[in-house]
Design a protein around this ligand. Structure first.
Ligand SMILES: NC(=O)c1ccc[n+]([C@@H]2O[C@H](COP(=O)([O-])OP(=O)(O)OC[C@H]3O[C@@H](n4cnc5c(N)ncnc54)[C@H](OP(=O)(O)O)[C@@H]3O)[C@@H](O)[C@H]2O)c1
Length: 264
């Protein structure tokens, strides 16, 4: 049984992840963290998922939240990273960073911390997206630069960033492909279309969980590869699988590609 501390537990993904952990056979919740000032601080964590008390208080102290845990899953906010990472380092606990929108300084802090603890950087914990990334790089190699590449992504109306971190990482994977001479970052749609760019169109609306399509458009055919998240608990399940994988790893910086064996 793996003891998990959950940061950002009062948020949308935090609540879903707490629910998944409490129903999972191989993991147990050992700490529930939110930010100082959150009205749930001091309450029993069961309240977050409509359950009777589970005898675990929601705390705003990373030290307290992480003390009984073997792995930390962080679904908070980029602003929470610095403090949470510092405490993970002090307690030498593996850390799964699930938030999106980390800046370069924070990315560097994760790289540095990974010399001391195992860190899984997972802004998208869907295994399907990791698979899509593999498939599109194969397609790009096979099709060559005569096909124009476009990304289309749609998310719910509350999403803070655009394009999504996932769309950016798909564009990066395509641009890094050795046979591709497409420019990155993704460019907004333009007419006429400039050559060798990865176009990116963004849609926001309703409760859409997360749709990413990669379109290869040639003169005589068009190939579309799509991932559609139907239920956000998909991301919670991926984070838990990631935590289970990370628990015995040596210090280092890992991604979902490592979890799935797509890279060493
Ligand atoms: N890895 C993935 O596959 C995946 C999937 C979906 C979302 N995400 C990312 O996960 C993060 C959370 O998403 P969400 O939709 O759950 O957001 P959310 O509902 O806004 O929840 C964020 C949580 O973090 C807390 N928080 C905010 N600022 C904080 C700070 N400075 N220090 C510590 N905690 C802080 C919030 O507390 P308050 O409620 O008190 O503000 C809340 O509990 C986002 O970065 C999102 O983009 C990742």
């Amino acid at each position: 049984m793996l003891n998990i501390a959950l940061a950002g537990a009062t948020g949308r993904m935090g609540q879903l992840t707490l629910k998944e952990i409490t129903g999972h056979a191989d993991v147990e919740i050992a700490g529930v963290l939110t930010r100082p000032g959150n009205p749930f601080v001091g309450s029993d964590a069961g309240i977050l998922i409509g359950m009777p008390p589970i005898n675990l208080s929601i705390t705003d102290s990373p030290k307290k939240a992480f003390s009984d845990a073997q792995v930390i899953i962080d679904f908070s906010h980029p602003e929470g990273l610095d403090l949470h990472l510092l405490e993970a380092l002090q307690q030498e606990k593996p850390y799964v960073a699930c938030m999106t929108g980390l800046n370069n300084v924070q990315q560097d802090a994760l790289k540095k911390a990974a010399f001391q603890i195992p860190i899984l950087v997972a802004p998208n914990t869907s295994f399907g997206i990791a698979l899509l990334k593999q498939i599109i790089t194969i397609a790009s190699k096979a099709l060559g630069s005569s096909y124009d590449i476009s990304l289309l992504e749609m998310h719910h109306r509350h999403k803070a960033d655009a394009p999504s971190g996932t769309a950016l990482s798909l564009a990066k994977a395509l641009a890094e492909d050795i046979n591709s001479n497409h420019n990155t970052p993704p460019y907004p749609s333009q007419s006429p279309r400039p050559s060798h760019t990865i176009e990116c169109a963004v849609l926001r609306g309703g409760g859409v969980v997360g749709d990413h399509s990669v379109i290869f458009a040639g003169e005589k055919d068009m190939i579309t590869m799509q991932h559609r998240a139907l239920d956000p608990s998909l991301f919670s399940q991926g984070a838990i699988q990631g935590a289970l994988w990370l628990k015995d790893k040596a210090p280092g910086l890992y991604t979902i590609d490592h979890v799935l064996g797509f890279c060493q």
